[in-house]
Design a protein around this ligand. Structure first.
Ligand SMILES: [Cu+2]
Length: 494
C-alpha cells in the first residue's frame, strides 16, 4: 500500500519541502527560541470538583464555556477558553445509578457542544456535532449513569473546529464512582490525582497557537502542560499515588513512564478498572485515551513522570509524525515521611468477555483522512445497529502513519491487534484504540441501550485535525437495527 497523493504531500511538506531544520522544529520540544526552557517545581494545579445540587433526585451540574486568560508562562497571560474559568474545567463526579443533568450555558462567541467522552447515554444527550449550542444558548443533557467506575472526560465537538476549541482549553474530567470497589488510593487531589496532559503550541508571547506547519497530525505543541501547568510538581504525602492520566492533546501520542525506569501498575483503562493491576514500565496513550496508574514512592525522593519517544511502528520520519522525542511531564516530590497506603489488590474488577460468536461484523478502513472512503456528512447515516446488541468491528489502518478510533456512546473490548492479544493494560473497557501503521484491530462493542431513529452517535479518528477534516462517520442505534440512510432533520442546529 502506497501513500495516497494527499498523504504523500503532507508527509513531504513536513520534511523535504521545509528541509530538515524546519521539519525538526515541527514536533520539537526544546524548540522555538520563543519558548523558555521549563523549570520543574510549579505546584500542579488540580481541577476543582464541580459543585452540584440535587433536584428531585437528579444531580445537576453547571458548565459555562467561556473565554478567559491563562498563564502558561509567568507574566504572559494567554487568551484561552475554559469551563467555569479561564482554562480546563471542573471535575464532574457522580456514581453509577445516579441520574445526572448538566446545564450548559454557552458564553463563548462561537457555537460549541459538550461531548461526554466514554459515557453510555442517549445519542441526543451525547454532545456530538448535532447538539450545537449557540452563543448565549443553553443545553441540558440528562441521563442515568449505567456503567462502572471510570475516568471519563468532556470536551467540545463542533464539526470542523474541535481542534481549535480543545486547544484553547475546553477540556474537563467526568469521574464515575461505584460503591464497593477494590481498595485503591481515592482521596481526590491527595493520593488520587487527575493529570490532563496536553502538548500546547506557544508563541514568543506565551499565546496559544494552532499551526500544523504542514504536519499530517495537525498542530504538535512545543510545550507540555499537566493540568495547564508547565514544569509541574506534585507533592506526594502517601506511599502510593494514583494518577488518572488523560492524553488531551490534538495529535501527539505519549508513552508514559518514570525517568528511573521503575515499574508501576495500570489499574484502569478508558472505561474502568482492569481485571487485575498490570505491572508495566511504559503506558502509551493516543489522544483521548486514559490510564489510571498507581506508583509507589520512597520518602524524600523525587521522580519524573516522563513521556518517552512513542512507539509508532514504521512511522518515518518519526519527528514529523510526533515520535522521536522525550518530554518531562510532572515531577513527583515525596514528602520526608509518607502516610501508609493500602497494598494493591490482587484483583480489581470482573470483566466478562462479550459473547461474539453470533455478532454482526462491520469493517472500517482508515484510508487517508477518511473512513471507508467517505468523509463526514452530517446528513448521511453510515451504519444502523440494533440497540443492546453485541457487534464486532474490524478497524483497519491502511496508512503508513498512526490514527486512532473512538466510538461514541459505548465502551468496548479490544479482541486482537493484527491477530495478537492486546497488551495487558488494553484488556479492559475501552472507547478509543490506537492504530499504528497497518494495524488491523477487532473490537467487540456492547451497543447503546437507547434507540433513537433521529439522533446518531459518532465514530471517528480522535486526532483532532483528522476529525475536523472529516475522518468521521455516524451510526444510529434503533429498536430493530434498521433505519434511514439520511437523517431526518428535526430541530437540529447545523
Ligand atoms: Cu487519524
Amino acid at each position: 500500500m502506497l501513500l495516497s497523493r494527499r498523504d504523500f504531500l503532507r508527509a513531504t511538506t513536513a520534511t523535504a519541502v521545509l528541509g530538515p531544520t524546519v521539519a525538526a522544529t515541527v514536533s520539537s520540544c526544546a524548540a522555538p527560541e520563543s519558548v523558555p526552557a521549563v523549570q520543574f517545581g510549579t505546584p500542579l494545579r488540580v481541577p476543582p470538583l464541580a459543585d452540584s445540587k440535587l433536584e428531585g433526585g437528579v444531580r445537576v451540574f453547571s458548565l459555562v464555556p467561556q473565554a478567559g486568560k491563562h498563564e502558561f508562562i509567568p507574566g504572559k497571560p494567554a487568551d484561552s477558553m475554559g469551563y467555569n474559568g479561564g482554562y480546563l474545567g471542573p471535575t464532574l463526579r457522580a456514581a453509577r445509578g445516579e441520574r445526572v443533568r448538566v446545564d450548559v450555558r454557552n458564553q463563548l462567541s462561537d457555537a460549541t457542544t459538550v461531548h461526554f467522552h466514554g459515557m453510555r447515554l442517549p445519542a441526543a444527550d451525547d454532545g456530538g456535532p448535532h447538539q450545537m449550542i449557540d452563543p448565549g444558548g443553553v443545553g441540558s443533557p440528562a441521563w442515568a449513569i449505567s456503567q462502572p467506575a471510570a475516568t471519563l472526560w468532556y470536551h467540545p465537538h463542533p464539526h470542523g473546529s474541535t481542534e481549535k476549541q480543545l486547544s484553547m482549553g475546553l477540556t474537563g474530567l467526568f469521574i464515575v464512582d461505584e460503591p464497593g470497589g477494590p481498595e485503591l488510593p481515592h482521596t481526590y487531589g491527595v493520593d488520587d490525582v487527575p493529570v490532563i496532559v496536553q502538548d500546547r503550541r506557544l508563541d514568543s508571547n506565551g499565546q496559544l497557537t494552532l499551526d500544523s506547519n504542514g504536519n499530517s497530525l495537525g498542530t504538535l505543541g512545543n510545550s507540555i502542560a499537566a493540568n495547564g501547568v508547565l514544569g509541574a510538581a506534585l507533592k506526594v504525602t502517601t506511599e502510593r499515588v494514583r494518577l488518572r492520566l488523560l492524553n488531551a492533546s490534538g495529535g501527539r501520542w505519549f508513552n508514559f513512564g518514570f525517568a528511573d525506569g521503575r515499574t508501576f501498575h495500570v489499574v484502569a483503562s478508558d472505561g474502568g478498572l482492569l481485571a487485575a493491576p498490570a505491572p508495566v514500565t511504559r503506558v502509551q496513550l493516543s489522544p483521548a485515551e486514559r490510564a489510571e496508574i498507581v506508583v509507589g514512592l520512597a520518602a524524600g525522593e523525587q521522580v519524573m513522570l516522563r513521556s518517552f519517544a512513542p512507539e509508532l511502528g514504521s512511522v518515518n520520519p518519526p519527528d514529523a509524525f510526533g515520535g522521536g522525542k522525550d518530554f518531562d511531564v510532572l515531577r513527583l516530590d515525596a514528602a520526608a515521611s509518607l502516610a501508609p497506603s493500602p497494598a494493591l489488590p490482587a484483583t480489581l474488577a470482573a470483566i466478562p468477555a462479550l459473547e461474539v460468536s453470533n455478532a454482526h461484523i462491520r469493517s472500517f478502513t482508515l484510508n487517508g483522512h477518511n473512513i471507508n472512503n467517505h468523509t463526514m456528512d452530517l446528513n448521511r447515516v453510515d451504519e444502523v445497529v440494533k440497540k443492546g446488541a453485541t457487534e464486532v468491528w474490524l478497524v483497519d489502518n491502511t496508512n503508513v502513519y498512526q490514527h486512532n478510533f473512538h466510538v461514541h456512546g459505548v465502551q468496548f473490548q479490544l479482541l486482537d491487534v493484527n491477530g495478537n492479544p492486546p497488551l495487558a493494560h488494553l484488556r479492559g473497557w475501552k472507547d478509543t484504540i490506537p492504530l499504528l501503521p497497518r494495524d488491523r484491530s477487532r473490537i467487540a462493542i456492547a451497543m447503546p441501550d437507547y434507540a433513537d431513529i433521529q439522533h446518531p452517535y459518532m465514530y471517528h479518528c480522535h486526532l483532532l485535525a483528522h476529525e475536523d477534516q472529516g475522518m468521521m462517520g455516524q451510526y444510529l442505534a434503533t429498536e430493530d437495527g434498521t433505519g434511514p440512510s439520511k437523517l431526518v432533520m428535526d430541530g437540529m442546529q447545523m
